[in-house]
Design a protein around this ligand. Structure first.
Ligand code: NAD
Ligand code: MG
Length: 380
């Protein structure tokens, strides 16, 4: 049985990972779980999956959980507890299912132990892609994508050589505002931005999908995962979210991976790779779906997409600035402090004001992340 640690077990991805594990009895054993604050959701997970150890980032809530559970499971608390679990606990597969660049340090701990990293937490690769890629090589670790687009590409290139790839085509649903004009985005509400047509996800990525920053982060993620330059990564709007992404080869042939919009599939593949395990999840019925449609993204409407391309082209710490500014801007939007259209404005300002450094080490990345957050927090 493979032992699994899940970073962020109470989120949308984390819960799906536990479902996948439950549906493959005898294959995986959950040994460690971490959460930020949701001890109400963690407690039943402890009773059901019997991890040896859990970590709660919030000290107070962690202490409360310790008192509450009547169980032999160890509870670590506080900021450092996530890294401690990644560095010390017993597991074969590290699932990065938490949101935001706070996932970076624990992921590095897992890489240093040469583990399999099943990665949903795209922000980690966005802020430190160069560093992470070097460490993965150095410590002989492996990253398997959970993000559906990257899982699709990973499946399409199996058995092909990297030299034969002409371009990657990342599909995007276009989110809830696909049919709105760019002027109409001025007035959209939090509720409208949170109403994604195809996927049920955590709040941050749902807002990122509405602004298309999610696709921007995914371009950067794809660049680091597959070693393809940003100029050879295209974005194609595909509102049905059935084709999860495509690869075009040098002879003009295009391979696509299809499936229903359900994260259980890419999660299962990242856990069981190189095997495919049978399951009884709903199958796709293309005759029922009828038609699949495509269009070009409008960069003047989806400004975050254009910003992401310029950040990865600039390289260095620019993607880290992009990500930190976006995390703060999205949080401000979700708290009702700024309009939806202000998100790209704040990110653009941060990219202009914060200095970019080439090939940053971890210290420089953290410094840049903190400076950007401070700056954007104080912008209106
Ligand atoms: P979510 O908000 O539903 O869950 C986040 C999880 O991370 C929770 O368990 C929470 O306890 C933990 N967490 C949050 N902030 C933390 C912090 N500062 N420190 C420690 N733990 C923290 O998010 P989600 O939708 O599950 O997304 C998780 C990651 O997966 C994101 O990076 C997202 O971009 C990526 N992703 C999600 C989906 C999806 O379908 N939800 C698809 C592709 C990629
Ligand atoms: Mg995705």
């Amino acid at each position: 049985m493979k032992k699994v640690l899940i970073l962020g077990s109470t989120g949308s991805i984390g819960i799906n990972v536990l479902n996948v594990i439950k549906n493959l009895p005898g294959k995986f054993k959950v040994t460690a779980l971490t959460v930020n604050t949701r001890i109400d959701l963690l407690e039943p997970q402890i009773y059901e999956f019997n991890p040896e150890i859990v970590a709660v980032k919030d000290e107070k809530l962690g202490a409360e959980l310790k008192k509450r559970i009547n169980h032999k499971c160890k509870v670590y608390t506080g900021e450092e507890s996530l890294c401690r679990l990644a560095a010390e606990s017993d597991y074969d597969i590290f699932v990065g299912a938490m949101v935001g660049s706070a996932g970076l340090l624990p992921t590095i701990e897992a890489i240093k132990r040469g583990k399999r990293i099943a990665l949903a937490n795209k922000e980690t690769l966005v802020v430190a892609g160069e560093l992470i890629t070097e460490l993965v090589k150095k410590y002989n670790a492996e990253i398997l994508p959970i993000d559906s687009e990257h899982s699709a590409i990973f499946q399409c290139i199996k058995g092909e050589s990297g030299r034969e790839i002409e371009k990657l085509i990342l599909t995007a649903s276009g989110g809830p505002f696909l049919h709105k004009k760019k002027e109409e985005l001025e007035k959209v509400t939090i509720e409208e931005a949170l109403a994604h047509p195809n996927w049920k996800m955590g709040n941050k990525i749902t807002i990122d999908s509405a602004s298309m920053m999610n696709k921007g982060l995914e371009i950067i993620e794809a660049h680091w995962l597959f070693g393809i330059t940003p100029g050879r990564i295209d974005v194609l709007i595909h509102p049905q979210s059935i084709i999860h992404s495509m690869v075009q080869f040098v002879d003009g042939s295009v391979k696509a991976q299809l499936g229903l919009p359900d994260m259980k599939l890419p999660i299962q593949y990242a856990l069981t790779y190189p095997e495919r395990d049978a399951n009884n999840y709903e199958r796709i019925n293309l005759a029922d779906i009828g038609s699949l449609t495509f269009s070009e993204p409008d960069f003047s409407k989806y400004k975050c997409l254009a910003l992401a391309y310029s950040a990865i082209n600039a390289g260095g710490t620019a993607p880290c600035i992009l990500n930190a500014a976006n995390e703060v801007a999205v949080d401000k939007f979700l708290k009702g402090k700024i309009k939806f259209t202000k998100i790209p404005v704040l990110i653009d300002n941060a990219l202009e004001k914060i200095q970019n450094y080439n090939s940053p080490d971890l210290e420089l990345i953290f410094d840049c992340d903190r400076k950007t957050r401070d700056l954007v927090l104080n912008m209106n």
